[in-house]
Design a protein around this ligand. Sequence first.
Ligand code: ATP
Ligand code: MG
Length: 140
Amino acid sequence: MAIERTFSIIKPDATHRNLTGAVNAKLEAAGLRIVAQKRIHMTRAQAEGFYAVHKERPFFGELTEFMSSAPVVVQVLEGEDAVAKNREVMGATNPEEAVPGTIRKEYALNIGENSVHGSDSLENAATEIAYFFKDEEIVG
Ligand code: ATP
Ligand code: MG
């Protein structure tokens, strides 16, 4: 295991329901340190750029509309095995399939409005962090 950094987004469905603190409590309880965080309202173009890997998927329009519909909180999380640890505490994409105690099981509304995003690999984490943060904004 190694100390890693991963990228996280608290999605519009969660910020809208005042769940930013509740999500952060779960992340911190899992041993992840929030080393950068800001609340932003993504433009449609920013959301389309971020989710470019999904542009052929049938839900791309719905996803980018949702992610640019209201504020989100973008974050950098640091800790042992942070990429895998964050995916674990997030839970499955579909909240109906998520393990009890995970963020998505407790807070997600459905497969689209599923409260959080988390990088799925160390390589993607680096790309996603750089999409939203400058080095000097990340304070470990
Ligand atoms: P994320 O990338 O947000 O951490 P994930 O890796 O669990 O989630 P992906 O397969 O990468 O899931 O899908 C990206 C996002 O697209 C999902 O989190 C969800 O918001 C949305 N999404 C995925 N599948 C569907 C679907 N079938 N219908 C609607 N939206 C979907
Ligand atoms: Mg994903």
